[in-house]
Design a protein around this ligand. Structure first.
Ligand code: MLT
Length: 263
């Protein structure tokens, strides 16, 4: 589906009825990473999954920041009349956007699901890595980014034994636009430290991680859960960085239970 926000086209998926569940994709992916959640959670929520600016079929915007992604999500929810407090669910970069969404639009958040993400900012080395990746994207395109990231996106077991899923994730990454990739890298490089935000999030929060995440260590998920006053931590087995794609049943079971528990 498509709509226009501030004269720019945004693509999104929408299923179900009830409390809004906003699904925010990771980098360099798009709304289709949530295919299974859009299908399986439609009976418990009004599920909305946009392509962030510059990804999938959403247009790029100049000077993208994590804040402009949060604003996109907020304005899309408005456009879809999903204005009651939402459950905001972000995976990895989507988690960075979820923290920002909470800071900007507290009264529009009922609960959070933070999957395979971290609260801290980029280290100096991490920031230099963003610049290197942006140069690779500009010079060699999205395929080169996909090639280097792919083995780290999935658990070693899935990477070795499920070529179909590997291809699915590869296709999604390769379809990202170079301007979208570069803008997201710069947005992540400049993102604020969300560590101090944790104590302010008194809302129910489900923290999900993959036992075999090759990008973020489990200590990141544990740290988020410890810093949050009202959280539940679940580490999904046989799941890497994109845990919702790799273990959709376990991910959806946890999310469903959490949504139902909110009443
Ligand atoms: C993601 O999966 O969204 C990214 O790997 C996050 C990051 O690079 O910090």
């Amino acid at each position: 589906m498509r709509t226009t926000l501030h004269s720019r086209q945004v693509a999104y998926e929408e299923t179900g009825n009830g409390r809004p569940l906003l699904l925010i994709h990771g980098y360099p992916l798009n709304r289709m990473m949530w295919e299974s959640q859009l299908h399986d959670l439609a009976d418990v929520a009004h599920v909305i999954a946009p392509d962030l600016w510059g990804f999938g079929e959403s247009e790029s915007v100049a000077d993208t920041t994590i804040g402009t992604y949060a604003e996109e999500l907020h304005d899309l929810a408005d456009a879809l009349a999903a204005t009651e407090p939402a459950v905001v669910c972000g995976l990895s970069m989507g988690g960075y956007v979820a923290f920002e969404y909470f800071r900007r639009y507290k009264n529009r958040v009922a609960a959070l699901i933070l999957a395979n993400t971290k609260a801290g900012p980029d280290s100096a080395e991490g920031k230099a890595g963003r610049d290197k990746s942006a140069a690779v994207a500009r010079e060699q395109g999205a395929a080169a980014i996909a090639e280097s990231m792919l083995p780290k996106m999935l658990s070693p077991k899935t990477y070795a034994s499920n070529p179909e899923l590997v291809q699915q994730v590869r296709r999604m990454m390769e379809s990202a636009s170079v301007p979208g990739i570069v803008a997201a890298l710069m947005a992540m490089k400049g993102r604020p430290d969300s560590t101090a935000t944790l104590a302010e999030i008194k809302l129910p929060t489900l923290v999900l991680g993959g036992a075999d995440d090759q990008l973020f260590p489990q200590s990141e998920f544990e740290g988020i859960a410890k810093g949050l006053p009202n959280s539940k931590l679940e580490i999904l087995q046989d799941a890497g960085h994109v845990s919702n794609i790799e273990q959709p049943e376990a991910f959806n079971r946890s999310a469903r239970e959490f949504l139902r528990g909110l009443g």
